[in-house]
Design a protein around this ligand. Sequence first.
Ligand code: B12
Length: 226
Amino acid sequence: MVNAGPVPPASPANGFSLLIAALLAGDHAAALAETRQLRALGVPPEQIVTAGLEVAMGRLDEKCTVEQFNLLEIMLVGRAVSVVVHELYPEGIQPEKGRATFVIATLEGDVHDLGKNIVRTVLLGKGFRVVDLGRDCPVDALAAAAEREQARAVLVSGLISTVVPQVRRVRAALRARGLDHVAVVAGGAALKQLAPADLDVDYVAETAFDGARYLENLLAAEEAAA
Ligand code: B12
């Protein structure tokens, strides 16, 4: 019989290693257990996302390139990520009139949506109303939804570099509908390497939480000025 040795004491550092290993194995039950353990140790949800989920997904890089690609493995990891996000931020009922309305999407040509879903969940948790247009969304559909929903901002998530030209079209599509006042916020691995001026957006967020803080500050500044 193999002696596995003493069980290491529960610590956040050990918990993060175990969570990352469980996520990369696509083991959603173990990922959920490690998440609960980290929460019990007092680790905040934000840190579990940035130091756990994002790190694990970063390590998936070599399995998801144009040349090499293991769909089943990546989908299992994706499911484990979604289970953890749901545990951290159980989605309540969408407020009919939240603090403000945001429209969010991944644009046409990009099917990545895990990051977008985290942003949606975090904003819902803060009491905002979020209209999610899903992935592979045409720019004009995004602008039309911003008009229909009286959105204060549109949020675009971009993971592949080929989607950058679509992001650059968002502002003009809003302007064509007289929506110059609608803020445009971008995020996701492919977009956060670029400056707001390169994308013609108001802000490029490093993380979902960074984006949420930007939006909260924007609204607070407006309320103070009113
Ligand atoms: C999982 C994954 C997939 C999954 C997606 C599953 C899903 N439902 O999303 C699947 C298997 C479908 C997939 C497909 C492909 N993928 Co892929 N994928 C990834 C991988 C490994 C992880 C992405 C991820 O989910 N990250 C985790 C999330 C939580 O992080 P995030 O999105 O950055 O979000 C965080 C922040 O950025 C922020 N955020 C994100 N969006 C926004 C928006 C706003 C407004 C705000 C405020 C914040 C914000 O909030 C989140 C939390 O903080 C990446 C590698 C990587 N390191 O990114 C490659 C990667 C993105 N894929 C890549 C490629 C090439 C592909 C394919 C073309 C592969 C192929 N051969 O077909 C296809 C693309 C098809 C298409 N047309 O879109 C490349 C893109 C390269 C490039 N620069 O263009 C990458 C970088 C891998 C690589 N190193 O080559 N992929």
